[in-house]
Design a binder for this molecule. Structure first.
Ligand code: NAD
Length: 351
């Protein structure tokens, strides 16, 4: 079949090197002169270090970013940002911090400089989640695409193994679904396969030797690729299920992705054989779903939704939410098959 695709290549300036944080002041000055720095409470000290590096242009260190970007937290942050008349954001942290920066950028039309310290990939997309009344909406607006990304593997050396592994699998999930996306194209597929390869090889090293800078660098590289492909093409069943589960039961984001991914891949294997073959090739295994399950065991991740806080009676609600509206997926969305998938993931069965 001859090639046919449409590809919006998203613009971002990427500075990737060990020690890249040294360039924070210079890079921030390209974007604004009244800088609002965002982090989670746990990363406040790192945010304060950014304030020192940026100096007098810092107008606030705001450490109230929360998982799943609750709508109330967005309203408070936007109001405070407006009072200070800041003109750009530095978001230092994981997807939660970068998500809050995007919500502010959407409201106030200001540029973001992202300094990712996990492997979520959010820094490379124009997408963010917004959670209200147990429903997590996916928002997309080109304006929130971070203008500059500073990737510094040194900032990830302290990311605990228990967060590093699932966060990396979250990035693998972006790559996997990009390979069978409705909008897949040859360049995105190359990046996706390379992302899975880089993360599949480095994550087991990262969890056993967290201060291995080379492995950390490879994982961050894979995370960047994951973010780029997530931002470039639409996702499918796996991301839908994880959004439903995160919004409805406040489950931890990366761990949910880690548990669900082998099952979502098993669900799509017959319908997307070439994409799934590329996943297996990138992992160096024969069967992609089994290989992903094995990777989860190798990094010591949770493999059962029941162990991360999902109630057993939540399966019905999740099936209902995940099948309420039509969306693209290689294999047809059948409620009974989704129920089986979620039951397997809840129990922690091998796919
Ligand atoms: P997170 O941002 O919630 O971070 C998890 C925890 O790790 C936090 O407590 C944080 O303070 C801590 N942490 C982060 N970096 C650290 C480091 N280097 N050392 C020590 N502790 C560190 O987790 P996440 O998985 O990165 O992000 C999840 C959120 O991101 C979800 O809300 C999800 O929807 C969103 N997300 C968005 C996109 C997108 O494209 N928009 C992509 C992936 C995830």
């Amino acid at each position: 079949m001859s090639l046919r695709f449409t590809y919006d290549c998203l613009p971002s300036r990427v500075v990737f090197r060990t020690g890249a944080l040294d360039e924070l002041a210079t890079e921030t000055a390209r974007l604004g002169s009244r800088v609002f720095i965002i982090s989670t409470p746990g990363q406040r000290r790192l945010a304060e270090r950014c304030a020192e590096l940026i100096g007098a242009s810092t107008v606030a260190v705001y450490d109230k970013a929360q998982m799943h970007t609750p709508a109330d937290s967005v309203r408070s942050a936007c109001a405070y940002f407006g009072q200070l008349q800041a003109d750009c954001c530095v978001a230092i942290g994981g997807g939660s911090t970068i998500g809050l920066a995007k919500a502010i950028a959407f409201e106030h039309r200001i540029p973001i400089l992202a300094v990712p310290t996990t492997y979520s990939g959010s820094e490379a997309t124009a997408i963010w989640g917004l959670t209200e009344n147990g429903i997590k909406k996916v928002m997309r607006d080109a304006h929130v695409q971070p203008r500059t990304i500073l990737y510094d593997p040194l900032l990830t050396l302290g990311l605990p193994p228990g967060i590093s592994g699932p966060s990396g699998v979250n990035a693998i999930a972006h790559c996997v679904e990009a390979l069978y996306s409705e909008a897949a194209n040859p360049l995105v597929s190359m990046m996706a396969e390379e992302g899975i390869r880089a993360l599949g090889k480095s994550l087991p090293q990262v969890v056993t030797d967290p201060r291995n800078v080379e492995a950390r660098s490879d994982s961050l590289y894979g995370a960047w690729l994951g973010g780029v492909v997530l931002g470039a093409v639409g996702m499918a069943l796996h991301h839908k299920l994880c959004h439903v589960l995160g919004g409805a039961f406040n489950l931890p984001h990366a761990e949910t992705h880690t548990i669900v991914l082998p099952h979502a891949v098993a669900y799509n294997t017959a319908a997307a054989p070439e994409a799934v073959r590329r996943v297996a090739r990138a992992l160096g295994v024969d069967d992609a779903a089994q290989g992903l399950f094995e990777l989860n065991l190798a990094i010591g991740a949770w493999v059962a939704l029941k162990d991360i806080g999902m109630p057993a009676d939540g399966i019905d609600r999740a099936v209902q939410l995940a099948t309420a509206n039509p969306y693209y997926n290689p294999a047809p969305i059948r409620p009974e098959a989704i129920r089986q998938l979620l039951t397997n993931a809840w129990e922690g069965r091998r796919p």
